[in-house]
Design a binder for this molecule. Structure first.
Ligand SMILES: NC(=O)c1ccc[n+]([C@@H]2O[C@H](COP(=O)([O-])OP(=O)(O)OC[C@H]3O[C@@H](n4cnc5c(N)ncnc54)[C@H](O)[C@@H]3O)[C@@H](O)[C@H]2O)c1
Length: 255
């Protein structure tokens, strides 16, 4: 589905970044795996190559706008163009009441979750405009609707959705789409406490965590020709969590 396309996967060493890198390469894309964790990004690069794909890796701290320019330059130098940008990094926020959120925690959340996406988009847009095609996919979060003790994370992720829609409006005339994915909880059970697992079982219609591969399928869809006419969308991939109201179930809990 992505034959010959060049994709930058920012946060490529993470769960979703890795799954997307492997899937994109399997679908014919050349992948630049970018992450602050250089050794982990290189490991993903090696995995892609071991599976027969084409990849490179790049160390980036997304909070520095200069480094996103360097990432775009390195991708152009290595692969000749840029077709797809996927932005996945986030700052592991504390779980604090708003009066306890430190200025440093607040700033870091905005820097990584929002500002980094802005810088990365800015660094690829010139190339995409020249080509009159391109795909930008930003990873938000179900918590972007607003959640207690998650103000820094939720606010930055909500702003990321609006940013994505703003650039979709600007870039549509150039044949560039920009979409967000709004994940529910995904990954191995060990990453979550029992309270979250219980919550997922009760409140997600599908009653389970997602896998990084299931999320990556959505990223691939938005990057592929199947989504040619889709832009400015925030696509939930969350086992139905944000799509239904489970408050009025008259005490009937799913088994
Ligand atoms: N896993 C979930 O349950 C879940 C739920 C909702 C939303 N999300 C969102 O999905 C996205 C991917 O989640 P994940 O579970 O794959 O995360 P992850 O922690 O596995 O991966 C994130 C990657 O981003 C990288 N990163 C962090 N700060 C960076 C920086 N300053 N510069 C460059 N890279 C940096 C990390 O090194 C890591 O490799 C995140 O944006 C997250 O907010 C995840």
């Amino acid at each position: 589905m992505l034959d010959g396309k060049v994709a930058i996967i920012v946060g490529g060493a993470g769960q979703l970044g890795r799954a997307s890198s492997l899937l994109f390469a399997r679908e014919g894309a050349k992948v630049m795996v970018a992450d602050v964790k250089a050794a982990d990004a290189k490991r993903v690069e090696d995995e892609v190559k071991a599976a027969g794909g084409d990849a490179a890796s790049f160390q980036i701290d997304v909070t520095d706008p200069e480094q996103s320019k360097q990432l775009a330059d390195a991708t152009l130098k290595r692969f000749g163009t840029i077709d797809i940008l996927v932005y996945t990094p986030y700052y592991p926020h504390g779980s604090d009441l708003i009066e306890d959120v430190s200025p440093a925690n607040w700033k870091k959340s905005i820097d990584v979750n929002l500002n980094g996406a802005v810088y990365c988009s800015q660094s690829v847009i010139r190339t995409m405009k020249q080509k009159r095609s391109g795909r930008i996919i930003n990873i938000s979060a179900g918590a972007s609707v607003g959640a207690p003790k998650m103000a820094a994370y939720s606010s930055s992720k909500a702003a990321l959705v609006v940013f994505t829609k703003c650039i979709a409006a600007e870039l549509g005339p150039y044949g560039i789409t920009a979409n967000a994915i709004v994940p529910g909880s995904f990954g191995p059970r060990e990453r979550f406490g029992q309270a979250v697992l219980d919550f997922v079982k009760r409140r997600y219609p599908l009653g389970r965590l997602g896998t990084p591969e299931e999320l990556a399928n959505g990223v691939l869809f938005l990057a592929s020709p199947m989504a040619d006419y889709i832009t400015a969308v925030a696509l939930p991939i969350d086992g139905g969590f944000t799509g239904v109201l489970r408050a009025y179930n008259f005490g009937e809990e799913p088994a």
